[in-house]
Design a protein around this ligand. Sequence first.
Ligand SMILES: N[C@@H](CCC(=O)N[C@@H](CS)C(=O)NCC(=O)O)C(=O)O
Length: 206
Amino acid sequence: MATLYHVPTSRSLRVLWTLEEIGATVEVKSLGVRPRLQEPEYLTINPAGTLPALIDGDRAIYESLAICEYLAARHGSDLVVAPDEPERPEFVQWLLYGEATLQAPLSAIARVRRIRNKTPEMQTGIDAVLADARHSLSMRAKLLEQRLEGRDFLVAGRMTLADISVGYPLNHMGKPDFASLLGPRATAYRERLLARPAFQRAAAVP
Ligand SMILES: N[C@@H](CCC(=O)N[C@@H](CS)C(=O)NCC(=O)O)C(=O)O
């Protein structure tokens, strides 16, 4: 059985959510803390120190969405939009959008806030970086809002990995300082995704 390295609220949530949607299981090793500094043993699994990681026999996969795609495809799940389906290009676009475009400014904000707390003398410059990342995030949320017009899901008229990809940053965007950046369609979409029993079960994994 494959092993998933997990930290609650990290991107391993995408993998657990995918598994819950398809009714599959893996062995879950929960690290409990962010691994980079605190768990040097994890660096022998993933020298980059990032979560998640999936080990399946001789195979190791370290990108959350690559792990989701690997597991869903292996189980023949329709969470993957197949190459011969008409909306395959849109599927790939939104699959990547969740991580590379929506999550990127959120991650930058989290990282810069950590630095800000340690370097009060750099407040002005850091505040400018935070404002810039927040502006990017607000612009990027507008494309999502537009895409959701007349749609319950991002592509193919059904729940896919694209929704799980985008659902991860949207989960974090429920915090009061980000929620105002989401339009009404994205807000309702976020609520629908997070209400899914599969998401609820995944989010409850310690
Ligand atoms: N693109 C990667 C990003 C992985 C990533 O940055 N994970 C975060 C946790 S959500 C992490 O491990 N951060 C700790 C660090 O950067 O050292 C993915 O989707 O898996």
